[in-house]
Design a protein around this ligand. Structure first.
Ligand code: SF4
Length: 131
């Protein structure tokens, strides 16, 4: 089955790193989404489909189960993306939340470049600790 994730997984010192964002409707969801795409553009991992994990799409789930790190960027304390992984029983999950970094959740406003950079920097630190 072809999926939008049919590309090689990213690696940090041989580790397979998959990246996910909650991509929620509030600004913090946009922060998570843009930060995840930033990390992928930097070669720190491959953005993988959270919706596919939640839907139980087997090829997507299989890659997630095999990954050394599933880095999950959530926007807020509702923890939607992390809960998707709990329900799917996928291991090796590391979560970072935008609101834990002082980004206020506000509906109807756009994420700022600074907020995206803040979350991306935290993610870089977390990945560096797992090399
Ligand atoms: S974690 Fe928060 S921002 Fe992300 S989808 Fe859930 S409620 Fe929305």
């Amino acid at each position: 089955m072809d999926t939008c994730c049919d590309q090689d997984s990213g690696n940090v010192n041989e580790k397979t790193v998959l990246l996910y964002a909650c991509s929620g409707g509030a600004n913090v969801g946009e922060v998570a989404d843009r930060a995840t795409r930033t990390l992928m553009a930097e070669g720190l991992g491959t953005m993988w489909c959270l919706a596919g994990v939640g839907a139980g799409v087997e090829p997507i789930l299989a890659k997630a189960r095999e990954a050394d790190v599933n880095l999950v960027l959530d926007g807020c304390d509702v923890d939607c993306a992390r809960k998707v992984f709990e329900q799917a029983g996928v291991p090796n999950v590391v979560q970072i939340k935008a609101t834990d970094l002082g980004v206020e959740k506000v509906k109807g406003v756009r994420a700022t470049d600074e907020q995206v950079a803040r979350l991306a920097e935290k993610a870089r630190q977390v990945l560096a600790e797992r090399k």
